[in-house]
Every structure is written in C-alpha cells, then in structure tokens.
Design a protein around this ligand. Structure first.
Ligand code: 9MR
Length: 554
C-alpha cells in the first residue's frame, strides 16, 4: 500500500501479496486492539506481470482521520499509515527538493541539506570543446564555462536531451497548478525571494541550459560530460576533464521547447528576474533556426567514437527520430509567440496517435500545452486541439477500463511493456495523462485513478518498496547514486525516485531474486538498471504527487 496512507475522502486500497485463506481484514489502531473497520478481502487474483497472487483490501468507505494498520488474520499487520488530508504532502515536497540535492556547482549547506550537506561538485567553468563539437569560432580545445545545472542521475554528467523532458514536465506542473506552487516552499537558498520554489529550482538548471547553446549559431551541445563515468565517489573530488560534445537536433529542439515555455512563464516574474524571460525567447528562436538548417543531426556516440578522441562512453541519449521534438518545440513556440509558422510545423510533424512521454518521445508535452491554452488560442487551431484533447481523454479512459482486472488495481502494470528502464516514470507519466484528463473534463474519477499510480510508487506494488528515497516505512536504501554511496551517511539522499522494476537486468548485477517484469528489482547500488535515480523520473513524480496534493485542497 501507499506507505504514507490515504486521503480522508479518497479511495483506500491495500493489496495482500502473501497467500492467505482469510476472507476478512480489519483496520485497527496501532495498539492492534481497537477495530475501527471490518471488510472482506476480494477474490484471489493472478498478476499478469509475475507469479504474484493478490487479494484486495478495499476500505474506501472508511473516512475517520487517524493512524492505523491493516490486520489480516493468519498474516499479521501492515506498516503504520495515516488517514488524513494532505497525506502525500511530504512525498510531494521531498520529490521537488530532490533536485536541490542534484545541484552541481554550489555547496549544499547544512541548513538546507541537513546531514546530506556537501561541498560543491564540478565547477564546470573551463570545459573543453570536444573535437566532435569544434567550429570555426570555437575550435577543438577551446574552453567554455557551463556551470550549474543538475547532475542527470547517479552519474555526474549533464545531458540536454534529458534535461529537456525534465524541465518541460515541471514547467507544465507550474502552468497547471500555479496557485498551489506559488506558496509551496522547499527550504532552498532562494526560498525567501519572490519567486516560487519550483521555479527557483528550475531556474538553476535553466541557467545552465542557456550556457549550452553556441551563441555563434544557436545550436546546442548534447551534453557536458567526462569521457567516461566517475567512480563511486563524492562529486567535489573528481578531476577528470570535462567536454561539451557535438550539437544535435534532438538537444537543440528540446532546448527550444524548454526556453519557449520558460520564456512564457517567466514573463510574470520580470521584476524579480530582469531579462531572463527575454533571454529565453531569443535563445529559443535561435535554436529553432539552427534546427531548420540542421533538421536531422543525430547524436550517434558510437559513430563519433570511430572519428574522435577522446572516446566518450557516458550516457548517449541518442535519438534518431525528431518528429516528436519538432512537434513539441513548435507547440511551445506557437503558444508563447502566437506565430502561425510554428503551428504549421506542429500540424505537419504531429503523429496521428499519442504516446506516453519519455526522453526520446516528447510529443505529448506539446499536446498538453495546446490543450492547456486552448481557450486562449486562435479559432484556426480549435478543432485540432479539441481532437488532441479527446485523444488524451480516450487514453485515460482506456487506462481506467483495465484497472479492475489488474491484480494491484493500479493503472501501472496493465501491460508488461510498462516495465522497462525507468519504469517508475511510466507510472508517474500515466498519472499525468489522467490529471490532464481531469483538467479537461473536471471528472473526479481521473484523480482517483491517478492516485492508484502514486500509491504504486509509494508501495502498492509487487516489490513492496516505496521507490522514493526517504519516504515510507520500507523505502529504497541503496540507490545507484554516487553521493548516496560515498557520503558516509546511512540513509540515501532523500526525495529521489528509483528507476523501478525492469526485467532487462542490463547491469548484470549479482543478486536478483526474480526475473519477471514487475518483480525484477534490486535495492543495491550496483543495480543501475532498476535502482538508479534520474531527473527525468523524478519530474513526473513531482508533477503527479503535487497535482494530487493540489487537487485534494479543492
Ligand atoms: O533512461 C535511460 C534509458 O532509457 C536507457 O535505456 C539507458 C541506456 O542507454 O540509459 C538511461 O539513461 C541513463 C543515462 O544514459 C546516463 N545517466 C543515467 C541514466 C539513467 O540510468
């Protein structure tokens, strides 16, 4: 179950994964004496994604705030959980604060970072232009400054493609729930300025992204990176040279989309952040123009390694198909500028069907934006945007129609394909589809079903783990995250979302107990294919958990 607990008036489901003949369950006080609710367990169900058999304990009709356990005769009792308003608040705040802990070029002071305080990581103020990125104005060996930003994941590199979807998802969270985020504080160094903390955090990475654009032509470097991954050490002590590598169409269009969206949002904060919105818009248009001249410049790391030294072996984020990046960037630039030429590209590039976002597939982010601003957009877009909104709602309805046959009664896990590298981001992104369906229709069933996937991430899953570090009674302890491994603190850095079950076992770590889609998970730091953390997985979690908290206030 969600190890934090349940909202007073929302659905409440626990899933029994141990075999039991019992047909009854009880909600009791933590002293196990006072029974407050009696219920019948559902019939045994066979999960489609592992050999797990489940019985559902549904106590949605129980509404009394308090601290409880679920008790099943013959098995015992669950973790202690709460029933109350704002029950996911701590997880929602932690997930956002997780980004502070990923900041690269500044020390994390104890008053913000607690026992995970550390010195600054990479300064990145003298980064080499890699031969693959050399140009007339910036020949090989030139040094540029590209400080700040967030570390991508458990490694210490900074990748524009992955920053793209991460920023887009959280900028959209702000646009969808501005009033909620305007007052949300996360105890970061900027908390006392007149800018919401979500935006403060995003701006830390945005300013880094802006330095990744070549001012001479508008193209954007794929990443700022070591030649090969660092060892499992703290960030401040690494000394390997850093490079920016080849510009690419994926990186440049993702950058154009993010800066167009940021430009739109930050207009409201021109007094606090003079010039930033304008800089974003200029950068966005320049990136778009570069992409028009370089419409399909792939980042193919293996091919580059045949040609250039040093060879680069860190994350690739290599994508070959750019129609979705075109669609997204066009949608953001059109929404911000109103210039029809971007809309024409959006229509030309958009696919007929919609698909869940991932770093290599960002089209839905563009559709979300047009749907969000539909009422403010001109007449000529209306029927198309209505069509896209209907697709979003239909996808949400399809998800919901399969919930009752899912052994965990979640949206997540309706298909074994949900369990790939970073599967928890699928759970969170499915939740965002449902939240968008709610925003479009105002039908509360979409919030209730989005909550099933938040519950999934915080414990209602076949592994029994809460996948967010520091949150829940049994949360991950050993993520593949260099600071968490090297800092000498027992608890991992908090607020970071583990990738989640992935039967691929690409890390070839010893110790996997299971091989099935929903149970192939190992809470060990060697398991980078199931238990790494990454900024593009945290971001849909930040969206989903905060959206649900925001909507519970209504
Ligand atoms: O999230 C990425 C996943 O989709 C890929 O299959 C995998 C292998 O290429 O890489 C993942 O991204 C990693 C990146 O390359 C480097 N930083 C850590 C990322 C998360 O594991």
């Amino acid at each position: 179950m969600n190890q934090l607990g349940f909202y007073t008036n929302a659905p409440k489901v626990a899933v029994i994964t141990r075999e039991t003949n019992s047909q009854r369950f009880f909600i009791t006080n933590t002293n196990l004496k006072d029974t407050l609710f009696r219920g019948n367990l559902g019939i045994e169900m066979q999960s489609k994604n592992s050999s797990t058999k489940t019985k559902i304990a549904d106590f949605s009709s129980f509404h009394t705030p308090g601290t409880y356990v679920v008790f099943v005769p013959g098995i015992g009792h669950s973790y202690v959980f709460e029933v109350r308003q704002n029950v996911n608040h701590s997880a929602a705040v932690a997930g956002l604060k997780g980004y502070y802990f990923q900041r690269v070029s500044m020390p994390l002071e104890e008053k913000y970072a607690g026992k995970w305080h550390r010195s600054a990581g990479h300064a990145d103020n003298a980064v080499f232009i890699h031969p693959s990125a050399a140009s007339k104005e910036r020949p090989e060996g030139t040094k540029i400054a590209t400080p700040g930003g967030w570390y991508d994941a458990g490694d210490y590199n900074k990748y524009i493609v992955n920053s793209g979807i991460t920023m887009g998802t959280m900028l959209s969270a702000y646009e969808d729930f501005a009033a909620y985020f305007d007052t949300l504080k996360t105890n970061i160094p900027e908390s006392n300025d007149q800018v919401p903390d979500l935006l403060n955090e995003l701006i830390y990475n945005l300013r880094w992204m802006l330095t990744m654009q070549d001012p001479n032509d508008g193209g954007v470097y794929n990443k700022c990176t070591n030649a090969s991954f660092d060892g499992m050490v703290m960030p401040g002590i690494t000394s390997a040279p850093r490079y920016v590598v080849k510009k690419g169409t994926g990186a440049t269009l993702d950058f154009a989309a993010v800066t167009a969206q940021a430009g739109r949002i930050l207009k409201k904060f021109q007094k606090q952040l003079p010039g930033l919105a304008d800089s974003c818009m200029r950068a966005s248009v320049k990136a778009w123009q570069w992409s028009e001249s370089n419409p399909a410049m792939e980042y193919n790391q293996n091919a580059n390694n045949q040609k250039y030294e040093p060879k680069i072996t860190t994350g690739g984020y290599g994508d070959r198909s750019f129609t979705d990046e075109w669609t997204w960037a066009a949608a953001e630039l059109f929404t911000t500028t109103g210039d029809k030429k971007y809309y024409d590209v959006y229509i030309k590039q958009k696919k007929d069907s919609i698909s869940l976002p991932s770093w290599a597939s960002v089209e839905l982010l563009g559709h979300y934006t047009l749907a969000r601003f539909q009422k403010k957009l001109p007449a000529y877009v209306q029927s198309n945007v209505q069509g896209v909104s209907a697709q979003i709602t239909r996808l949400a309805d399809r998800y919901i129609s399969n919930v009752s046959s899912n052994a965990f009664r979640t949206i997540m896990g309706q298909s074994a394909r949900d369990f790939n590298w970073g599967s928890n981001s699928n759970a969170a992104n499915q939740g965002i589809v449902l939240i968008n369906a709610y925003l479009l229709t105002k039908d509360k069933k979409y919030i209730d079903n989005a909550l099933t996937n938040l519950d999934y991430i915080l414990g209602r899953n076949a592994t029994g783990y809460s996948f967010l570090s520091g949150v829940g009674s049994k949360s991950i302890m050993y993520p593949h995250h260099r600071p968490s491994v090297a800092d000498g603190v027992t608890e991992p850095v908090p607020g970071l979302l583990s990738g989640g079950p992935n039967p691929g076992k690409q890390d070839k770590c010893a110790g996997y107990e299971f091989s099935e889609p929903e149970t192939t998970f190992l809470d060990q730091d060697c398991s980078y294919s199931t238990n790494e953390i990454a900024i593009n997985w945290n971001s849909p979690f930040v969206y989903l958990s905060n959206a649900i908290e925001a909507l519970q206030y209504n």
